[in-house]
Design a protein around this ligand. Sequence first.
Ligand code: G3H
Ligand code: 13P
Ligand code: ZN
Length: 311
Amino acid sequence: MPLVTSQEMFKKAYKGGYAIGAFNVNNMEIIQGITEAAGELNAPLILQVSKGARSYANHTYLVKLVEAALIENDIPICLHLDHGDSFELCKSCIDGGFTSVMIDKSGLPLAENIIETRKVVEYAHDHGVVVEAELGTLAGIEDEVNVKAEDSSYTRPEDVQEFVEKTGCDSLAIAIGTSHGAYKFKPGTNPQLRFDILEEVEKRLPGFPIVLHGASSVPQDFVKAINEHGGNMPGAIGVPEDQLRKAASMAVCKINIDSDLRLAMTACIREYMDAHPDHFDPRQYLKPAREAIKAMVAHKIVDVLGCNGKA
Ligand code: G3H
Ligand code: 13P
Ligand code: ZN
C-alpha cells in the first residue's frame, strides 16, 4: 500500500472516539519497532520526522526506510513533517514524498501565523499533501524547538475558527497544558490538562481534527532504570495516560509521542550494557532496544490511543 495522507484516518478517528499515534522516527530500529507493533495490531499509523531527525538521518534514508516498512506491514501509514519551521522545509518534504507536513508558526502573532500557514497550505494542497498548523505555544526543549515555560501560552478558543477558515489547514495542534520533552511537570504536582479549552475548541470547530503534541507520559520505571544504570535524569513526570485517553475520546485525532520512545530505548540499552560489559556488537543491544520500542508503541496503541484494529 502506498503512503496515505491522514485525512481518512482522522475522519474515522473523530467518529470512532479514538486517536492515531504519531511517533517520531530517527533510524531503522525505531521505524521497525513502531511499524511492527502497528502492523501486528492492525493500527493506522503516522510516522513523523523532525527537522533534527532529517539532518541526523538524511531525508532519503528516512523515506526509503519508511517505504520498506510499507512493504513489510499491510497498514495505512502517513509520513509527516513534525514542526516544520519554514515554507522551504515544508516544500522540500512535500517535493520529497511526504504526505503530510506541519507548519509551526505558533510563536508569531495570529495574523502572521495565518499568512505563513496559508502559503504552505496552498503549495501542499496543490500537491495532494495535508497540513497541520498550531495555535498556542507549548513549553519544552528538543533539538529544534525550545520554548521557555514563561513564553508558552494556552490556545485561545476564540481564535480557532478564523485561523482554520483563513488558512485552510487540515488539522490543528492546540496548547492545553502538555509540553515537549521528558520534564513536563514538577514532581509532586498533579498534572491537569485544560479540557475546558479542548471542549471550547471542539464546539467552535465541530468535526475538525485536533492534535496533541507533548503527549509522552514519562514512565517512571524507565527513568529509574536509566538512573540505576549510570544515567542522571532529574525528577520529571509526564502527561497521565488516563487524560490522554480522555483527549482521544474527544476531538483529538492525533497524539504525538517521542520522549517515551527515547526513554524506552535508552533504558534498555543502558541496562543491556551494564549487564554485558564485554559486548560491543551494536546488533546485540539494538535488538532488545527495538523490542522495547515495539512494546511501548503496542501499549500506547491498545491502552491509550484505542486505534488497534482500525487500519
Ligand atoms: O517535538 C519534537 C520532537 O520530539 C522531535 O524532537 O527536534 O529533538 O528531533 P527533535
Ligand atoms: P513528547 O516530547 O511529549 O514525546 O512530544 C513529542 C512531540 O510533540 C513531537 O512533536
Ligand atoms: Zn511537537
